[in-house]
Write a protein that binds this ligand. Structure first.
Ligand code: G6P
Length: 369
């Protein structure tokens, strides 16, 4: 079937708006909410391997690499297995120390990225068990892994990845919960609570999408700047990286993502009245420290665009602009916090008149090394 943009000007916006559905689709048949049961065939049939794993290394490129970093927080927190994240292109050239007791998770929307495929082959050669998270069914990577779980994001047309990213995080949450349960690493009440909260994510995503008009208004004040800084902490640090990447990819504005606490080790030197800073300042995750960071930015006359929880008071008083999003457990928050950053990048690129779906020099899938 021909894929249509419908009422949307660009596929990217359509795909951003599909995320409530694509997260639901990725959960369907895997998260049974009333029973609080998670089933993923590729994990169940290899239960012993996951229970006994010494470490997990997640390997990917681009946006999938950012999902991998979120996976590191999720898997370490809920399974207590040590997790490393590698760029596929680096992993394969440094003789990694892995073997039978190590699990490699490869993440790829297209399932065709050459560096990720080469990393997978190397991991297999060294005897590691390779688990794949791909979106394209029957893709080369999906066919080459020992086991895997598909994301059900549907075809992603826009070069800048959005719905595939949230679907990847959704699968990673499911993996972390199921492996954590197998290993008795997660408290039963917390497990049940997270299952329920995960089930509520799609409707919260819909709520965030309603912020699009607010985000558009803010973007109109900033589409002429040359630089942006994105800050986040903990599991939202990779979200800051992803927000910066989205902006770079489609608007050609230079943007850097940083862990908020690292600001004092460099980026703070860049802050003046011309520097906008997008900061993820949701209630959990070192909220007080984030407030401190915002004060430091304001003291240097930087502009602060903050992602906050509904009803936030403290950040509201300090920031130039706030975008309010629903509350959820911190560990699930990337599924919500990334949405306003996707919309923001879109609105900025759109007001700069860029071809959002086909940014210059970028390809949807990089099948050369
Ligand atoms: C390219 C795309 C990115 C994507 C990356 C990894 O750079 O432009 O959007 O994140 O490849 O692709 P994959 O298909 O392996 O997830």
């Amino acid at each position: 079937n021909k894929i249509e943009k419908g009422k949307y000007k660009y596929f990217m916006l359509k795909e951003v708006y599909e995320q409530s559905k694509t997260i639901s689709d990725t959960l369907r048949g895997r998260l049974l909410i009333p029973e609080k049961i998670i089933c993923i065939d590729g994990i169940e049939s290899h239960k012993e391997i996951f229970v006994n794993a010494e470490s997990i290394t997640i390997v990917a490129c681009g946006t999938s690499w950012h999902a991998s970093l979120i996976g590191e927080y999720l898997l370490e927190e809920l399974t207590r297995i040590r997790v490393e994240v590698e760029y596929a292109s680096e992993f394969r050239y440094r003789n990694p120390v892995i073997g039978k007791k190590n699990i490699i998770i490869v993440i790829s929307q297209s399932g065709e990225t050459a560096d990720t495929l080469a990393a997978l082959k190397l991991a297999k050669k060294k005897g590691a068990f390779v688990f794949g998270i791909c979106n394209v069914v029957g893709s080369t990577i999906a066919r080459s892994v020992d086991a895997g779980a598909y994301t059900h994001a549907g075809p992603e047309i826009s070069v800048a990845s959005t719905k595939a990213f949230t679907a990847q995080i959704t699968v990673l949450v499911l993996l972390a919960l199921i492996i954590g349960k197998y290993r008795y690493a997660i408290d039963d009440n917390r497990y049940k609570f997270l299952c329920e909260e995960l089930g509520a994510i799609p409707e919260k995503v819909n709520y965030v999408l309603k912020m699009n008009d607010t985000i558009k208004k803010i973007s109109q004040l900033y589409h002429n700047v040359n630089n942006f800084i994105y800050l986040g902490r903990g599991i939202n640090f990779p979200v800051a990286l992803e927000g910066a990447l989205k902006l770079k990819e489609i608007s050609y504005i230079h943007a850097e993502g940083y862990p908020a606490a690292e600001m004092k080790h460099g980026p703070i030197a860049l802050i003046d009245e011309n520097m906008p800073v997008v900061i993820i300042a949701t209630k959990k995750g070192c909220y007080d420290k984030i407030i401190g960071n915002i004060q430091e930015i304001k003291a240097r006359k930087g502009k602060v665009i903050a992602i906050v929880n509904k009803g936030d008071i403290q950040v509201n008083l300090l920031a130039d602009h706030v975008i309010e999003i629903p509350n959820t457990d911190e560990i699930l928050s990337p599924l919500i916090t990334v949405i306003p950053l996707q919309l923001f990048a879109y609105q900025i690129a759109f007001s700069r008149g860029k071809n959002v779906d086909q940014p210059r020099n970028l390809a949807k899938s990089v099948t050369v090394e």
